[in-house]
Design a protein around this ligand. Structure first.
Ligand code: FUB
Length: 467
């Protein structure tokens, strides 16, 4: 029996989850042979599948290049297999580009893959539906045309990111939308026709895109990407995952909080699933080597519900891809172009775990009143192999702000040069900004930090690893 959208967990089971020996976290990103994005998890039997898009944008391309969808699978949520492309643009004869976010829903022994795709006709994005006999397909177009398009009355400003939920009474619901315009409609039992009017669900505060619906203990949940700067992100080019709950599948919804804060990619797209007695959040980041906003990678982390049904904010693990291994920073000597006399360079590598970018409970490095580009540097007595760094920025909401940009360099024996094949040097608040790159063997690692005009910059913790 497919198990996915009804997360029925009793209080006893919840306790068991809390007390059981916890499995190790997945090494994030879970696949680095290709870039994968917009993950939608599905549990069937003893396997978790993730249906995901593939980012094919060459380095330096500032647009999505997405032509196919892959299926990843695992029986332990730690070791993942890429089963290859199981659907692509060609699956839909009426489509020509943009294999964006999708999600597979099981029904009546079939697997319906709802996807965002660019049609060849007027308008831009549409929602199509393919069908297969297994989570791995093969999948064929189930309808021969879009299920939702710009000509659908009351459709979204951007018809993308479908999430489908089948309730206990057999009624299926489709939610979707982008550009702050969530939409919902009932689906017929055949799963390929809509029934009734498209509605605009109420209460999805700050909805941006990427809805994900499920039910748990008779409460409906809708998680979605938001990009407000009212607790969600510090820069509205990025997004977080908020969630809302409702006692009826079409709402009205009550916004309940944040499941996942800003990540290293501008887009933030996630799904939640129960698997082997644990709940998981599946999402994407730009953390893989060479990653970026259009070269994203899927990550998996455990997610915890509180006894009252609220969701604890997920702390992304930076497992094998971005956080395992020994932090080499404490064994380095730190230096800088400038540190304010009342602040401390020792803050960089004192092993602090900040609770936010405004956290002053431990040492703080700041370079006020210097502006422009400043640097901090680690020096080791012998060469170290390093392929990952993480920075937790300081922001005092006064003269020190998050930087405009940053850049990682190493000493190659005669000069400082940029690390190669690097992911974005992130400047987000309240997180470890992870930067992965090709391994360097060096005695010196330097972080160049460029301030926003009129501001200085600060750091609470800077780590360096070999994964
Ligand atoms: O991957 C293309 C688009 O980016 C998705 O449809 C959105 O959810 C965002 O992740």
């Amino acid at each position: 029996m497919p198990v996915r959208r009804s997360l029925a967990v009793t209080a006893t089971a919840l306790l068991a989850v809390t007390l059981a020996a916890a499995p190790a976290d997945a090494a994030n990103p879970i696949i680095t042979s290709i870039y994968t994005a917009d993950p939608a998890p599905l549990v069937v039997g003893n396997t978790m599948y993730i249906h995901a898009g593939r980012d094919e944008a060459p380095a330096g391309t500032n647009n999505f290049v997405m032509r196919e969808w892959h299926v990843l699978s695992s029986t332990d949520a730690q070791t993942w297999t890429d089963n290859g492309a199981r659907a692509n643009i060609g699956t839909f004869a009426w489509a020509g580009a943009d294999a964006w976010a999708g999600e597979v829903e099981p029904r009546n022994g079939k697997y319906y893959w709802y996807t965002s795709v660019n049609g060849n006709g007027p308008g831009w994005m549409n929602i199509g539906v393919a069908v297969g006999d297994s989570p791995l397909g093969p999948f064929t177009d189930a309808k021969g045309g879009p299920l939702i398009s710009d000509s659908t009355p009351n459709s979204s400003g951007l018809n993308i990111d479908p999430t489908v939920f089948v309730d206990d009474d057999g009624q299926a619901y489709l939610y979707w939308g982008g550009y702050w315009a969530p939409r919902a409609v009932k689906l017929a039992a055949n799963m390929i026709d809509t029934v009734g009017d498209v509605i605009t669900p109420q209460g999805l505060t700050n909805f941006w895109e990427a809805p994900w619906m499920f039910k748990r203990n008779n409460l409906y949940y809708l998680m979605y990407a938001a990009n407000d700067t009212n607790g969600c992100v510090t820069d509205s080019n990025y997004a977080c995952q908020r969630y809302a709950t409702a006692t009826s599948p079409l709402g009205p919804w009550t916004q309940r909080g944040i499941v996942l804060g800003q990540v290293s990619s501008t887009t933030n797209h996630a799904g939640i699933v129960d698997f082997n007695g644990q709940s998981y959040l599946v999402y994407h980041t730009a953390d893989a080597p060479g990653g970026g906003n259009f070269r994203r990678s899927v990550a998996v982390d455990r997610l915890y519900f509180n006894a009252d049904g609220t969701i604890q904010r997920v702390v992304p693990t930076t497992g094998g891809g971005s956080g395992s291994g020994t932090n080499l920073a404490p064994s380095a000597t730190a230096s800088t172009s400038y540190v304010s006399s009342w602040e401390s360079l020792a803050a960089l590598n004192n092993g602090g775990t900040p609770s936010s970018s405004a956290d002053r409970s431990s040492l703080v490095y700041g370079n006020w009143p210097e502006q422009g580009t400043q640097w901090v540097e680690y020096t080791w007595p012998t060469a170290q192999s390093i392929n990952r760094s993480s920075v937790y920025w300081f922001d005092d909401n006064q003269g020190i702000d998050l930087p405009a940009s940053c850049r990682l360099q190493y000493w190659n024996g005669s000069a400082y040069v940029d690390v190669s094949n690097a992911s974005t040097c992130g400047v987000a608040a309240d997180v470890d900004n992870i930067n992965t790159f090709n391994t360097v063997n060096t005695t010196r690692l330097r972080l160049q930090v460029t301030a926003k005009t009129g501001y200085s910059t600060g750091i609470l913790e800077w780590k360096a690893f070999q994964s």
